[in-house]
Design a protein around this ligand. Structure first.
Ligand SMILES: [Zn+2]
Length: 219
């Protein structure tokens, strides 16, 4: 039985209560900038915090990569807010890109780096559950609706339609310029390679034929 099935089996004993979905926000981007080890530690830390937050009267299980389901007592919004607050972190960094070009044996490098804040935060969506029968449907709905909105605040499932899906980013700013060729300043490439990072790619400049390699920079 996986963790989600275990949760669904155990949860009815905590009804009436609040069923709550927590999702560490924008973890892909945190992975790109800070690496897997940092995100793994975030997950371990959130797991400890949520277990102590639900306490003996509740239930919490990590059900997906960076998502947890929990059952709280109906009057627990304060505890949920405290959990979100205790996990929230801000980290000052410089982020941007470095573009290295080679053309006719010459190498040229351009960098654009700006100060930014990387935020660690959690999206939270919840619903009251009055009868055990409604629980599974509510869990499905929580998963469907938990995207795009700002973290750090519990949103009631019935209100999520009124919430702006701003596709919140954990990085507050990036350089305004998209990466360009250091020789001719154009951004039109024949890409050969790249991964899922925020800035990553190598290929040939379509304008001046330089071979250009672009990498993300975090300082
Ligand atoms: Zn060029």
């Amino acid at each position: 039985m996986n963790n989600l099935e275990q949760f669904k089996e155990a949860a009815p004993a905590y009804v009436p209560g609040l069923v709550v979905l927590f999702d560490l926000a924008d973890t892909k981007r945190r992975n790109c900038h800070l690496g897997h080890n940092v995100v793994d530690k975030d997950i371990d830390e959130f797991d400890r915090l949520i277990q102590s937050s639900v306490g003996a009267s509740g239930l919490a299980k990590r059900v997906r990569g960076a998502s947890w389901l929990a059952m709280y007592r109906l009057e627990s919004l304060q505890s949920i807010n405290e959990l979100l607050g205790s996990f929230h972190r801000k980290q000052e960094m410089n982020v941007g890109w470095r573009s290295t070009g080679e053309r006719n044996g010459a190498t040229k490098v351009t960098e654009k780096i700006v100060p930014a804040t990387i935020i660690r935060a959690t999206r939270c969506l919840y619903s009251a559950v009055i009868t055990p029968k409604s629980l599974n449907g509510l869990i499905d709905k929580l998963f469907e609706e938990c995207y795009g909105f700002s973290p750090d605040m519990p949103i009631e499932l019935g209100n999520v339609v009124n919430v702006e899906r701003n596709f919140w980013s954990c990085v507050t700013s990036y350089p305004p310029e998209t990466p360009f060729c250091p020789f001719c300043q154009r951004s039109d490439f024949e890409w050969e390679d790249g991964d899922a990072s925020v800035y990553s790619g190598s290929g040939t400049c379509k304008n001046c034929s330089a071979y250009v390699d672009i990498k993300g920079v975090e300082l």
